[in-house]
Design a protein around this ligand. Structure first.
Ligand code: GMT
Length: 378
């Protein structure tokens, strides 16, 4: 198939999923065209069967806000026509599904078809989509999509309830490449000493440091752990709450035990180094960062929110807590880190969950099948 993919190409879960999906589809022989504002950060530009079409937005003094959505729709229609795309797959409803809808109309006017699929990722529904200024048009574009998928059952139900949409929503959960994200003992032995001494435990957190991620809770939990045992923390990512996390780390006296690593491209090299992942989010429609850690054999201490319980079975492959209960999370982390056999059983269960239920080789065929169904019925 010839597939156009649009996503936010910067650091964020939906962009990661869209890019990894394109890479996996290209490896299976499909022709993939990314239509985005910049090259998605996980692409090298050298992958075969992958093409990148930049959306550039001209600005004029008259424009208070440059119309990106229109430039995107134009580029989508052009690429679809020039490269005979079979379908467009947009990730994150706002504004991508609206642009895809316009692109489809432009092609229809020229006697061609261009079905489009919208994949809902979370904040496009739970936060941004519920803002009155976006809600009606987002609902309209979801209803007009030729296919809609969501990354968890939770998000499907939430979309139906909050948007009152009648469209069928296919749940296709997020995935991870279990060969790329894996615990490689030799690599761990070589890299871990850069982050923790042999007697120290290593904790990790990966996010875009937005308030919804509650990064300061990570620091609170870590401070308690590091008072109970020698430990270090890797904070991977960057965003609005980074300075609040740095300030709190300083105030709690653990600043020098935390590696603020900023945005990193190869998180698959870093995650396997950790003993435990901490994901204390206010909301996660799925929790891709936890899945990536689990595939690396690193169980997560997380919050029981959104779609997280579809990924983490409490006490089996990770631990779940109420939002903000940093005391309970810290106590559980300390107990688990002291109990080597339990920690390694949980680490193995985490890796097995990723392999058995969320591996790219299992999930990508679901997308291929869905694409074909959408093409056949349009
Ligand atoms: O919350 C984020 O980090 C950004 C957001 C996005 O769309 O980039 O993430 C959402 O999509 C991810 C990939 O499908 C999910 O793993 C996250 O759980 C989801 N975030 C929220 O629901 C808050």
């Amino acid at each position: 198939m010839k597939i156009g993919i649009t996503c936010y190409p910067t650091y964020g879960g939906s962009g990661v999923v869209a890019t990894e999906l394109g890479i996996e589809l290209a490896a299976r022989g499909h022709d993939i065209h990314f239509i985005t504002s910049s090259q998605p950060f996980r692409l090298t530009g050298r992958e075969s069967n992958i093409h990148f079409h930049e959306v550039s937005v001209s600005n004029y003094p008259l424009f208070e806000y440059p119309p990106y959505d229109l430039a995107l729709a134009t580029r989508m229609a052009e690429v679809a026509e020039f490269y005979s795309l079979d379908l467009l797959h947009v990730h994150y409803a706002i504004p991508h599904s609206v642009s895809a809808l316009l692109a489809r109309q432009m092609l229809v006017a020229r006697g061609r078809t261009l079905p489009f699929i919208t994949t809902l990722h979370g904040t496009d529904i739970t936060l941004v989509g519920l803002d009155r200024s976006y809600l009606p048009i987002t609902k309209f574009a979801i209803e007009q999509s030729d296919g809609v998928t969501s990354i968890s059952s939770y998000l499907r139900d939430r979309t139906r309830e909050a948007f009152n949409v009648s469209s069928e929503i296919e749940v296709i959960r997020n995935f991870v490449n279990c060969d790329v994200y894996s615990p490689d003992a030799a690599k761990i032995a070589a890299m871990r000493p850069r982050f923790a001494a042999s007697e120290e435990k290593l904790l990790a957190h990966l996010s875009n440091f937005r308030p919804v991620k509650r990064v300061t809770d990570v620091v609170e939990v870590f401070a308690r752990v590091s008072h109970a045992m020698p430990a270090r923390l890797m904070l991977i990512g960057d965003g609005p709450d980074r300075s609040a996390a740095e300030y709190l780390a300083h105030r709690l006296g653990v600043r020098d035990r935390i590696h603020f690593l900023g945005k990193q491209e190869n998180v698959n090299d870093l995650l396997p180094l950790a003993d435990l992942m901490i994901m204390p989010s206010e909301m996660e429609s799925f929790g891709l960062a936890a899945l990536e850690a689990m595939a690396c054999g690193v169980p997560a201490i997380a919050t029981r929110v959104g779609g997280v319980p579809e990924l983490i079975d409490d006490q089996i492959n990770g631990l779940l807590f109420p939002i903000g209960d940093v005391e309970a999370m810290a106590t559980a982390a300390i107990d688990l880190l002291h109990d080597e056999p339990r920690l390694s059983t949980m680490a193995a269960a985490a890796r097995k969950t990723a392999q058995d239920r969320f591996c790219a080789s299992r999930i990508i065929p679901l997308y291929e099948d869905y694409y074909q169904r959408v093409i056949d019925r349009t």
